[in-house]
Write a protein that binds this ligand. Structure first.
Ligand code: HEC
Ligand SMILES: [Cu+2]
Length: 317
């Protein structure tokens, strides 16, 4: 079917129009400079070309300080505007609001496995309510992939061994194409899917209509026992209650925020960040915990909100 030619993909998220504005600005500035340079080259080449029979050598050129200064300052200012505008937008694009609902995305050759906080799992489909910020916490089970939703103007690499994240707020119901944009092997072209943005009431109905499996936090609670974590934590190891988003002091005195990445690294490579006042006795779970299990353990740890422990920890503002 032939649809009208469009310069831009659909705009389906709150950030999309801001990305477009910056893009158009960059396009106009670089177009104008290219045109100016082109016109100058043509003018000078024609006007000052060597004519037939002309044997004289042109005189040495003079330096015009004011001209040099003008073009340097003008282009410097333009570059600074681009930088400031881009940096501001980037900061906004990668700083999810606290109210964001967290959805886990695990990429593997060649599909996207998606898990909602309520326990719903999806493959190559992501249902979200319109108007609700959604934060994707992404990791890969094998090679590097990349999650790209053109209509939302968001895109980020999905890496094995660490979390990356993206966030968006869908603005209107509809289904938006997403795909892997990092060549990842023979089935790369099949790594596509749809974000299905729905009115909040319809989203609730969708949640109610599909049977939730065990919530990730519940599955995580079982793993916490199965992997023996419960034997140490809360006994002779630091309690994990209230840990998420708190400030942790490490052995070398440095402070880190216990975000998803910190907790993940603590589990997979426990000696890399040892909490102050504790011996590095925790075993490394690198080869034992799969990506899906890691996500479940994380959800369980996040769900531990002990008020007593929370008092002692400094919350992230
Ligand atoms: C042998 C006892 C032991 C076992 C088993 C153990 N841990 Fe630990 N864990 C510790 C100790 C001690 C620390 C503090 C020192 C450090 O950071 O290594 C710690 C630190 C942590 C931290 C960082 C805590 C903080 O306050 O910053 C997390 C998260 C964690 N463990 C999760 C787990 C999970 C999940 C499991 C099970 C998969 C587990 N641990 C199994 C002893 C253990
Ligand atoms: Cu891929």
């Amino acid at each position: 079917m032939l649809t009208a030619f469009r310069l831009f993909p659909e705009t389906g998220s709150t950030i999309a129009k801001h990305v477009d504005h910056l893009f158009i600005f960059l396009l106009i500035v670089s177009g104008a400079i290219t045109l100016l340079v082109f016109v100058l080259i043509m003018t000078f080449a024609l006007r000052y070309r060597r004519r037939r029979g002309d044997k004289t050598i042109p005189p040495a050129t003079r330096t015009y300080t004011s001209l040099e200064l003008t073009w340097t300052i003008v282009t410097f200012c333009l570059a600074m505007v681009m930088f400031a505008w881009g940096a501001k937008l980037y900061a906004r694009m990668f700083d999810p609001p606290d109210s964001a609902m967290v959805v886990y995305v695990v990429a593997k050759q060649w599909m996207w496995k998606i898990q909602h906080p309520e326990g719903h799992r999806e493959i190559n489909e992501l249902h979200v309510p319109v108007g609700q910020p959604v934060k994707l916490v992404m990791s890969s089970q094998d090679v590097i992939h990349d999650f790209f939703v053109p209509a939302f103007r968001i895109k980020h690499d999905v890496l094995p061994g660490r979390y990356t994240s993206l966030w968006f707020t869908a603005t209107k119901p509809g289904s938006y194409h997403f795909f892997c944009s990092q060549y990842c092997g023979a089935g790369h072209a099949d790594m596509v899917g749809q974000v299905i943005a729905m009115e909040p009431s319809r989203y609730e109905a969708w949640l109610a209509g599909t049977a939730p499996e065990q919530t990730p936090a519940d599955a995580g609670a079982k793993l916490f026992v199965k992997f023996g974590c419960a034997g140490c934590h809360g006994v002779n190891a630091p309690t994990l209650a209230g840990l998420y988003r708190s400030q942790v002091t490490l052995q070398d005195g440095s402070q880190v925020t216990a975000d998803e990445r910190y907790i993940r690294d603590s589990i997979l490579d426990s000696t890399s960040q040892v909490v102050q006042g504790y011996a590095p006795v925790m075993p490394s779970y690198r080869s034992q915990v799969s990506e899906v299990q890691m996500m479940q353990l994380l959800e369980y740890i996040k769900s531990l909100k002990d008020p007593a422990a929370e008092e002692g920890r400094i919350k992230k503002p």
